[in-house]
Design a protein around this ligand. Structure first.
Ligand SMILES: *Cc1c(COP(=O)(O)O)cnc(C)c1O
Length: 228
């Protein structure tokens, strides 16, 4: 059976993304550290992921708990220093599984989820780092806490639940200039004393890097188009 074979050069793509981040930051006055690259492996199989691991990459993102559970436990057995980020919406009934598997949960966005996370972290004695996802474009269909509810959610986490929040994450609305939203997220992080800023995807990670992202979430530019 004939078919087009696409060989994706994952290691080469990772180098290219790093190089582009460096270039994007070259013009920045007083640049901070380069952002970490979260290689978003959703929709890609273990073969593709293994190429990134062989190239020395260790930080990955998945958007679904179940898919991550199918792919990652064996890989983590071989590469215990992997850091896995949950970047997709988290349902309350998947919280235990998420806390057990992920090192960073970027999609905390509501009080009920914060309470579930606090319980699961106590029960499992595991402390993934937590970021709050902010719905910067106030889009009804998107995850993330609204701008007006962010202060109360932070208060709940810090004061009532004793949850440390490390940073903020956002996905800007399609079609708008992402820089506006990255600037907004950076401002919110400063205001609330949060050091980590997860922003920027394949289409706009260079902008995000230049605007102070501590991590960028890059899928397609590393692994190619997703199946499905
Ligand atoms: C899929 C996804 C990404 C990566 O998207 P690419 O455009 O493939 O780089 C980043 N962040 C989130 C939240 C995602 O769901």
């Amino acid at each position: 059976m004939a078919g087009t074979v696409h060989v994706i050069d994952v290691a080469g793509n990772l180098s290219l993304v790093k190089e582009r981040i460096r270039k994007a930051m070259a013009d920045v006055e007083q640049p901070g550290p380069e952002p970490e690259i979260v290689a978003v492996s959703k929709g890609h199989d273990v073969t593709a992921i293994s190429k990134a691991l062989s190239a020395g990459h260790r930080r990955f993102g998945e958007n679904r708990v179940q898919e991550a559970q199918e792919k990652w436990p064996d890989l983590i057995g071989s590469y215990p220093d992997v850091a896995l980020h949950l970047i997709g919406g988290l349902q309350s009934n998947k919280v235990d599984e998420a806390v057990a598997l992920f090192d960073v949960i970027e999609s905390l966005d509501r009080p009920r989820l914060a309470r579930r996370l606090a319980n699961a972290m106590a029960k499992l004695d595991r402390k993934p780092r937590l970021y709050i996802q902010v719905n910067v474009g106030e889009e009804p269909q998107k995850g993330g806490v609204s701008l007006k509810d962010l202060p109360a959610l932070l208060d709940l986490c810090r004061k009532e639940l004793g949850l440390e929040i490390d940073g903020l994450m956002c996905i800007p609305p399609k079609g708008d200039d992402p820089a506006l939203y990255f600037a907004l997220l950076a401002k919110l992080a400063r205001r609330h004393g949060l050091s980590q800023l997860s922003m920027g995807m394949s289409a706009d990670y260079e902008v995000a890097a230049a605007m102070g992202a501590s991590s960028v979430r890059v899928g397609t530019a590393i692994f190619g188009e997703r199946r499905s």
